[in-house]
Design a protein around this ligand. Structure first.
Ligand SMILES: *[C@@H]1O[C@H](CO)[C@@H](O)[C@H](O)[C@H]1NC(C)=O
Ligand SMILES: *[C@@H]1O[C@H](CO)[C@@H](O)[C@H](O)[C@H]1NC(C)=O
Ligand SMILES: *[C@@H]1O[C@H](CO)[C@@H](O)[C@H](O)[C@H]1NC(C)=O
Ligand SMILES: *[C@@H]1O[C@H](CO)[C@@H](O)[C@H](O)[C@H]1NC(C)=O
Ligand SMILES: *[C@@H]1O[C@H](CO)[C@@H](O)[C@H](O)[C@H]1NC(C)=O
Length: 481
């Protein structure tokens, strides 16, 4: 059995690696299949008026398949914000300073999906060009989407006439209920043609660069991996900058059983897009670590607060495992980086009433954390890093920066009596053991569903050859399956 599971893992990882490893030209290559679209215009191949366009597309899993995640290569002239099922997942990086040709800087985003029906919505803005009469300029929106299913298969689609557009954003944006007045998108050019040529590159950070392999699960009680009461615990790490360095940005990868809200220097940044309280969830919050990039770091010291919440067991409505794990990579302006992992140097606040209450607490009223164990431990195993949820990059005029995201600090804390999420039936892929030789648990025990923990790390070519070799061995031992 383990061999069958391993072959399945192999297949998924080959697919995932080919698809997601950013050292390849995957995204660039596949953007070549996409077409630039916009709202219908009389002369779209030359010009479009300045303005804001809403884009809309739903997609449904083929019969018998369960969607788990999507990778989305995307850009727009001049900028975009993208939502998946109403949760913001990314936006044009505004640049420092913001530049008109930010469309050249394509983004590679990942989002977890509903099992069957999913909705992508985007807003794209065309800027006026003061140098041309009437201020009209080319406008376009370009995306390539790969949908991953739980059986390891994928399908793709791109921007084309299957998208709908609107020049008037309905009040229930980003998940409009009625799209009957929307227009079919107009295609101006296939990628490579038109004013943009082949100038889109995807420069986003390496998906595999930061993971949780050196991090430890932490909570406020030492037995939390087995059982902990429903409730919230705050976690804090303050990172002083080295005296000769200035931080440019930080990438945060974090997962909590069951849910968390992330604050930078007291400001709410984001929560995972999955609502762990939703009864029909197929992907639980902790199975996908959320990755967030923040650019507004303070020069001399930065405080990272996480307001984590444990819910009762979905099956028994009793106490359930609780844990939090994170890695924070700080990039300095001189090109060097530091990585901070959750361990016993973090501080915790037991039962803060809200995220806002947590960030207001001085360090002196916090305690040290309890370390539950290494990344890979039961019941969580290895989690996928997905869900780029980057509220810090979303700048919608007239909209709250937290649009589409629940801030437990400013609104109701998720109801603790609700049931959720400790015995998932979902599996994106079988557990991968991490870098060869370093994994705390083996591939034979990892895929077991009895622990309730599963999920693949999207790890790539450094293990691909190993997999290929093992596949050959496995192919030669079919009878063992
Ligand atoms: C379309 O725009 C281009 C460039 O502005 C212009 O030269 C051309 O005449 C326009 N065509 C029409 C049909 O308006
Ligand atoms: C996705 O699933 C959530 C619940 O998990 C549901 O509320 C939402 O309507 C779904 N979205 C779509 C577009 O089906
Ligand atoms: C373009 O014109 C607008 C409106 O007059 C002005 O606010 C903006 O600064 C101008 N942009 C540039 C790049 O000159
Ligand atoms: C805790 O993590 C930090 C990096 O975040 C590291 O420098 C430190 O050595 C770790 N401490 C222990 C006890 O592992
Ligand atoms: C897009 O451009 C508009 C107009 O300048 C601006 O208000 C908005 O914040 C920008 N959105 C993003 C995601 O950069």
């Amino acid at each position: 059995m383990w061999l069958r599971a391993f072959l399945f893992a192999l297949y998924v990882h080959v697919v995932a690696c080919i698809s997601l490893f950013p050292g390849t030209t995957f995204f660039d290559t596949d953007l070549t299949q996409a077409q630039w679209i916009w709202a219908p215009e009389s002369n779209l191949t030359s010009t479009a008026p300045p303005g804001t366009i809403g884009f809309f597309r739903t997609f449904t899993s083929p019969a018998g398949k369960t969607a788990s995640a999507a990778s989305i290569a995307i850009t727009a002239d001049n900028n975009f914000t993208l939502w998946v099922n109403g949760h913001v997942v990314g936006a044009t990086f505004p640049g420092i300073p913001a530049v008109d040709d930010a469309w050249k800087d394509g983004q590679a985003l990942i989002a977890s999906l509903n099992a069957t029906t999913n909705t992508l919505t985007a807003i794209a803005v065309n800027f006026a060009d003061n140098s041309t009469v009437g201020g009209v300029t080319p406008a376009g929106f370009l995306a390539f989407v790969r949908v991953f299913y739980t059986d390891g298969s994928t399908t793709t689609f791109t921007t084309d006439t299957s998208w709908k557009t609107t020049t008037t954003l309905p009040s229930d944006w980003p998940l409009p209920a009625d799209t009957s007045a929307f227009s079919t998108a107009e295609v101006s050019f296939p990628y490579g043609e038109g004013p943009w040529g082949t100038s889109v590159t995807i420069t986003q950070a390496d998906f595999s660069a930061l993971d949780l392999i050196n991090s430890q699960w932490i909570w406020s009680t030492s037995s939390a991996a087995t059982s902990a009461p429903a409730g919230s615990v705050g976690f804090r790490k303050t990172v002083p900058s080295p005296s000769d360095k200035s931080p440019a940005y930080a990438i945060i990868v974090a997962a909590a059983d069951n849910f968390f809200a992330f604050y930078l220097n007291g400001r709410f940044v984001s929560s995972p897009p999955d609502d762990p309280n939703s009864a029909d969830e197929t992907v639980y919050g902790w199975e996908y670590a959320s990755r967030v990039t923040v650019y507004d770091l303070a020069p001399s010291s930065n405080t990272f607060d996480f307001f984590a919440t444990n819910f009762l067991s979905q099956t028994s409505n009793t106490e359930s495992p609780a844990g939090f794990i994170a890695a924070i990579q700080i990039a300095y302006t001189d090109g060097t980086t530091d990585v901070i992992y959750t361990n016993d140097t973090w501080l915790q606040a037991t039962s803060p009433s809200s995220g806002s209450a947590l960030v207001a607490m001085p360090d002196t009223s916090l305690d040290t954390v309890d370390v539950l164990g290494e990344y890979g431990m039961s019941p969580w195993g290895f989690v996928s890093v997905a869900d780029t949820l980057d509220a810090s990059r979303v700048f919608l005029s007239g909209n709250d920066v937290e649009d589409g995201i629940v801030d437990p600090g400013s609104s109701a804390v998720p109801a603790l009596s609700a049931t959720a999420s400790d015995t998932p039936s979902f599996s994106f892929a079988q557990t991968f053991t991490g870098p060869a030789g370093s994994a705390p648990s083996s591939s034979s025990s990892g895929p077991s569903q009895t622990s309730g923990a599963s999920g693949a790390r999207l790890v790539c070519p450094e293990v691909l050859l190993l997999f290929v070799g093992l596949a050959q061995i496995a192919a030669a031992s079919q009878t063992l399956l």
